[in-house]
Design a protein around this ligand. Structure first.
Ligand code: SIN
Length: 293
C-alpha cells in the first residue's frame, strides 16, 4: 500500500479549484497538481498587460509553466525575465559572453557532468534565493533530457499533522560550497574563496499564493537548526524521500525552442542526463527573489 494511501482513497488529496477561464492564453495542464503548457504567447516581445497578468496567474496556479516554439534572442530572453523582477547572478556557473545574467546550460559528449542532476531548488543557499528560473532550450538530444518538477506545496500538504507541527518554526542551513566548489572547472571557471550559505525556514509561505511549501532539498540543505545532528539527518532524509514521491511531480519533454519557467519558492526540479553522448544546450535567466518566510 502506498505511504500516501489511506483506508478510503489517497491520504493526499489535491483539491482542484475551478479556476476562472483565461482570456489571452491557453492552458494545457500536465497534471492536476503541477505544470501546464501555455499557448497563445510570443515571448519575443513584451506581452500585453492583461496577458502578462494571466502569465503571472498561470505560474501561481501551476508552479511551473512551459511555452513551445519560441524564437528568442539573448536580449529577448533577458527582457522576458525582467518582467518578473530584477535578474539574479549565479554565484558560480558560467554565463554567456557579455551577459552575466544568462547562465549556460549545456552538456555534450565531453561534459563531465550536467546541470541540475539532483533534486534541488535553484541556489537555495543564497540569503535571498531566486524567485524563478526561465530555461530556454535551443538544442535537444534525439531522446531524453527531460526535466522533472515536484510541487513542494503538495509535499507539505501530504505531511502528517504531527510532522507539520514538528517542522513549524524550524530552520535549516543551506550551503553552496559542496555543490559549487570545483564544479565548473571544465568550463574554465576558477573557484571563489567562499560560496553562499544561509538559514531558511523548513516550511515557507509563498508570498503570492499564501500557501505553505516544504523548503529543504538534497542539493543545498545541510542540517536542521536546533536539533541534534543525527536527528536532523534522519528527518531530512525522510523529507527528501517524501518530497520525491512521483505523486507530486510532472515531467517535461523538451523540444527545441521550448521554455520552462518554474517557481523556486514552491518547486524542486531535477534534470535527466540520460542522453550522453548527445548534446542538450540552452540558457537560463534567473529572477531574483526575497528572503523566505
Ligand atoms: C537547472 O537549472 O537546474 C537545469 C535544469 C535543466 O537543465 O533541465
Amino acid at each position: 500500500m502506498s505511504a500516501l494511501r489511506g483506508n478510503n482513497g489517497p491520504r493526499y488529496r489535491h483539491v482542484v479549484d475551478e479556476a476562472a477561464p483565461f482570456e489571452t492564453i491557453t492552458i494545457d495542464k500536465l497534471t492536476p497538481i503541477i505544470g501546464a503548457v501555455i499557448g497563445g504567447v510570443d515571448l519575443s516581445g513584451p506581452p500585453p498587460n492583461h496577458q502578462m497578468d494571466e502569465i503571472h496567474r498561470a505560474l501561481a496556479e501551476n508552479s511551473v509553466i512551459f511555452f513551445r516554439d519560441q524564437h528568442l534572442t539573448q536580449e529577448q530572453h533577458l527582457s522576458f525575465g525582467r518582467n518578473f523582477g530584477s535578474l539574479h547572478l549565479h554565484p558560480a556557473a558560467p554565463h554567456a559572453a557579455g551577459h552575466p545574467e544568462l547562465m549556460i546550460i549545456h552538456a555534450d559528449k565531453d561534459s563531465p557532468r550536467a546541470n541540475g542532476e539532483g533534486w534541488h531548488s535553484d541556489v537555495s543557499c543564497d540569503p535571498e534565493p531566486p524567485m524563478g528560473s526561465i530555461l530556454y532550450i535551443k538544442q535537444c538530444p534525439p531522446h531524453g533530457g527531460d526535466t522533472l518538477f515536484a510541487s513542494m506545496y503538495a509535499a507539505y500538504e501530504a505531511l502528517s499533522g504531527p510532522m507539520k507541527q514538528y517542522l513549524d518554526g524550524m530552520a535549516a542551513v543551506h550551503d553552496g560550497e559542496e555543490a559549487y566548489r570545483g564544479t565548473y572547472k571544465n568550463a574554465g571557471i576558477t573557484d571563489k574563496p567562499t560560496y553562499p550559505r544561509a538559514e531558511h525556514p523548513v516550511i515557507r509561505t509563498h508570498p503570492v499564493t499564501g500557501r505553505k511549501a516544504l523548503y529543504v532539498n538534497r542539493g543545498f540543505t545541510k542540517r536542521l537548526v536546533g536539533v541534534p545532528r543525527d536527528e536532523g539527518a534522519a528527518i531530512l532524509s525522510y523529507l527528501y524521500n517524501h518530497a520525491e514521491n512521483p505523486l507530486f511531480q510532472c515531467r517535461f519533454r523538451w523540444q527545441e525552442n521550448s521554455v520552462a519557467f518554474w517557481d523556486n519558492r514552491c518547486v524542486q526540479h531535477r534534470a535527466m542526463w540520460d542522453y550522453w553522448p548527445h548534446t542538450r544546450s540552452g540558457f537560463r535567466v534567473t529572477v531574483a527573489g526575497d528572503k523566505p518566510v
